[in-house]
Write a protein that binds this ligand. Structure first.
Ligand SMILES: NC(=O)c1ccc[n+]([C@@H]2O[C@H](COP(=O)([O-])OP(=O)(O)OC[C@H]3O[C@@H](n4cnc5c(N)ncnc54)[C@H](OP(=O)(O)O)[C@@H]3O)[C@@H](O)[C@H]2O)c1
Length: 268
């Protein structure tokens, strides 16, 4: 029997690389994102490899669209063996310059997006008595990051969701894990939001992020894809990808020290 994976945010970046990794592993998949054209392009590439792929344009922040996504995946393949909650967006800027609309956008995508897929798929996974759910978090869900309060809120919540659900579902044959990337050289700047007390400050922040992406320690989308693949195959509970694992481990062992160091950095 061919396994079936459902991946959100699979039209670009780490999600697209993850879809490719599962295709190489012999899986069929459903993938979702908002932009239909990009999704179809990805589906056609993989269909050319002889793999079956279902592309369903979906905004994960919309519960009704997500319900339809899950129904289509189950109608087409009969089951979902792995759910990869990868869709996510980023916001950088001081909390005081983060509007309520910004907060809603971040939480709707990064947190509610995952809740919507899990809520819609869980009855089917429980009925089949097996399945894996991997949430894509962030090192910002393991340690606080200055000027990223809304983003960290969404990713810390995802860490809590993952750990609680793992315990709850362990006896049901369902594994729940989380992969925390560091900075990824992906397409995230296309939809990342930058805030500041002026447009100039926000744009400086964006330029700074662009420079960071040139650093040698930054992960590539394929690194995240490999980590997600292993998390599913080896049923791993938590993986931090890349050199940021040193920082998250330091924060776990010496939270006061790391948080003092982060607080001492002058905000730009
Ligand atoms: N990039 C980083 O440095 C970094 C660091 C730590 C963690 N992460 C996490 O890693 C994951 C992947 O990030 P990435 O950098 O690969 O992102 P990316 O290149 O920006 O790609 C994001 C994907 O998610 C989709 N998406 C965004 N909002 C969506 C929504 N509301 N509904 C459905 N799909 C949506 C996008 O397509 P559409 O726009 O067409 O919907 C796209 O396919 C995210 O969860 C992110 O938070 C990223």
């Amino acid at each position: 029997m061919v396994n079936h994976v459902l991946i959100t945010g699979a039209s670009q970046g780490a999600g697209k690389a993850t879809a490719l990794r599962f295709a190489q592993g012999g899986w069929e998949w459903t993938h979702a994102a908002r932009n239909r054209e990009r999704l179809d392009t990805v589906a056609q590439t993989f269909q050319a490899m002889g793999r079956q792929a279902l592309a369903v344009p979906t905004d994960v922040g919309d519960a009704q669209q997500v319900t339809q996504l899950i129904e289509k995946a189950l109608d087409t393949y009969g089951r979902v063996d792995a759910l990869i909650n990868n869709a996510g967006i980023c916001l950088t800027g001081p909390a005081v310059n983060t509007s309520l609309d910004d907060w809603h956008q971040i939480l709707d995508t990064n947190l509610w997006g995952c809740i919507h897929t899990i809520q819609a798929l869980l009855p089917a996974m429980l009925a089949q008595g097996s399945g894996t759910i991997i949430n894509v978090g962030s090192f910002g869900g393991k340690m606080p990051l200055p000027q990223m309060t809304a983003y960290c809120t969404s990713k810390y919540a995802l860490t809590g969701l993952t750990e609680s659900l793992r315990i709850e579902l362990a006896s049901e044959g369902i594994h729940v894990g989380i992969v925390h990337p560091g900075v990824i050289n992906s397409d995230f700047l296309e939809r990342a939001m930058f805030r500041g007390k002026s447009d100039q400050e926000a744009s400086e922040r964006q330029q700074q992020m662009q420079q960071t992406l040139q650093s040698s320690w930054v992960s590539q989308p394929e690194d995240i894809a490999e980590a997600v693949w292993k998390a599913v195959k080896q049923q791993q509970a938590e993986v931090v990808v890349g050199p940021v694992a040193i920082a998250t481990e330091l924060n776990r062992l010496f939270p006061q020290l790391t948080q003092w160091a982060l607080a001492s950095r002058r905000p730009r």
